[in-house]
Design a protein around this ligand. Structure first.
Ligand code: KIV
Ligand code: ZN
Length: 508
């Protein structure tokens, strides 16, 4: 199997993401994790950009032992000298020289003729080569460069001493079949047998990974990429996606990387945290939803055999486990398994009962957490017969109206409805319940507590009500606090009725 080299440019191109700049200490932390990940080359920065950048690369060079440390330079002596200074202590150093070669860059950006580009390329490589053996050359904007000129520059760069030729799709304009053809044509036109052929793709059309992989399929043996795909504009090719594609398709790439894939998730979170660039939840490999399932059919499949809906074992990329998200699309199977993990083994009817309540709450809340389930469990476990059930509640409230509640209760098959005004929405609601049930109580205590997190948290209402000579405590939970209050009061009423029945008395 051939080796595909992973050239990580998170600390150079990745750091060029708008707003992503890193302190030297942060760059070193990322470099240490890249070493643990086992990348082959770390592009540590662009020394000519600032003295701080030189210091950061020096620090990285001092501490990082295994990977090659690369620094970027234009075809300028001063840039190359800055690279040499920052790479002084590096065990295995590389200078990465780039020069634009496309018509548009020559005419508008560099204002130089092709002849001058050839001269600059050769001279800068020869200059750097006196000090460092490992030289990479990139004809910037290669995908928009006239092919014959690209061939000429690449041949010259190799003659001058380049050991790696990197073909960048600088503006991310290429399509995989085009980029693959460019790589094949280049291999046919230039003798690349003594150098590494690398690619560096940007993601302006969302094709960075696809283009990079096509190039590897066509013979490239080094790929430049970043953690989470961060980089200029729409970013670079994402390292984790490239690596996992190569790992999962050895028949296509006939090669392998040395990446320790179990480190991928950790470094993804670290880079996101330090750069402040979030990882989209549905991002392949490292997104928070990459191993999460909500649909009942999928959850059922996963529980029967994980591979029905997962092509990667989450632990292979450092994710602890597959996550079955409990939400409105979840089914009984997932709920039952989740409850078992929480230590609850329910009987069939209990599970059915809980499932109905779970669906009710899932319609109002995006995700159901363990605390939500605990409340539901309590409701179904310690339940007295529900003579009255809440069917509907409507509140009119505000600082200019008298709070009014309309409540509809179910008693067997009967629907009973009434309205009442009160000092507040909860008071109005309790008065409406009293009118319907005929059970009058005095509220002694009322407290409300958020028991799950987030704006859509479940609130638990605890009350103490005095019915004649009896004091009853009850609780009700809902994402709507008035509904939670109504549930608590109904529970108190139902408990009261139950107690009276137990004593052989009829309901009041
Ligand atoms: O995108 C690009 O062309 C680059 C070069 C410096 C390789 O980042
Ligand atoms: Zn780039």
């Amino acid at each position: 199997m051939r080796r595909i080299l992973i050239f990580d440019t998170t600390l150079r191109d990745g750091e060029q993401s708008p707003g992503a700049s890193l302190t030297p200490e942060q760059k070193l932390i990322i470099a240490e994790h890249l070493e643990r990940l086992n990348v082959d080359i770390i592009e540590a920065g662009y020394p000519a950009s600032s003295p701080g950048e030189i210091e950061a690369i020096k620090e990285i060079s001092k501490h990082i032992k295994k990977p090659i440390i690369a620094a970027l330079a234009r075809t300028l002596k001063t840039d190359i000298d800055a690279c040499l200074k920052s790479l002084e202590k590096t065990r295995r150093a590389r200078i990465h020289i780039f020069c634009a070669t496309s018509e548009i860059h020559l005419k508008y950006k560099l204002k130089k003729a092709k002849k001058e580009i050839l001269k600059l390329t050769a001279e800068s490589i020869r200059y750097a080569k006196q000090f460092i053996e490992d030289i990479e050359f990139s004809p910037e904007d290669a995908t928009r460069t006239e092919f014959d000129f690209l061939v000429e520059v690449v041949k010259l760069a190799i003659e001058a001493g380049a050991t790696t030729i990197n073909i960048p799709d600088t503006v991310g304009c290429s399509f995989p079949s085009q980029f693959g053809r460019l790589i094949s044509n280049l291999r046919e036109s230039v003798n690349l047998s003594d150098v590494h052929l690398s690619v560096h793709c940007h993601n302006d059309l969302g094709m960075a990974v696809a283009n990079s992989l096509t190039a590897i399929e066509k013979g490239a043996d080094q790929v430049e990429c970043t953690i989470n795909g961060i980089g200029e504009r729409a970013g670079n090719a994402s390292l984790e996606e490239i690596v996992m594609n190569i790992k999962l398709h050895p028949e296509i790439f006939k090669g392998e990387t040395r990446i320790k894939t179990e480190e991928l998730y950790k470094i993804s979170r670290l880079v996101s945290h330090l750069t402040g660039i979030p990882v989209q939840p549905n991002k392949a490999i490292v997104g928070s939803n990459a191993f999460a399932h909500e649909a009942g059919i999928h959850q059922d499949g996963i529980l029967k055999k994980r591979t029905t809906y997962e092509i990667i074992n989450p632990t292979d990329v450092g994710v602890k486990e597959t996550r079955l998200v409990l939400g409105k699309h979840s089914g009984r199977h997932a709920l039952e398994e989740h409850l078992k993990k929480m230590g609850y083994h329910l009987r069939k009817e209990e599970l059915e009962n809980l499932f109905l309540k779970f669906k009710e709450i899932a319609d109002k809340k995006k995700e159901i957490f363990d605390e939500d389930l605990e409340i539901l469990l309590e409701e179904i476990k310690g339940r007295v017969p529900q003579v009255y059930k809440l069917d509907y509640i409507h509140i009119t409230s505000g600082n200019t109206t008298v709070p009014t509640a309309t409540v509809r209760l179910k008693k067997g098959k009967q629907l009973l409805q009434d309205s009442a005004c009160g000092d507040g929405p909860v008071d109005a609601c309790y008065k409406a319940i009293e009118r319907i049930t005929g059970v009058r109580g005095k509220l002694l205590n009322y407290s409300l507590q958020a028991i799950t997190s987030g704006k859509d948290a479940v609130g638990e209402v605890s009350i103490k009500v005095k019915f004649k000579d009896r004091i009853i405590t009850a609780r009700g939970a809902s994402t709507d606090i008035v509904e939670g209050s109504a549930k608590a009061y109904l529970e108190a009423v139902n408990k009261m009725i139950y107690k009276l029945k137990e004593k052989g008395k009829s309901s009041p």
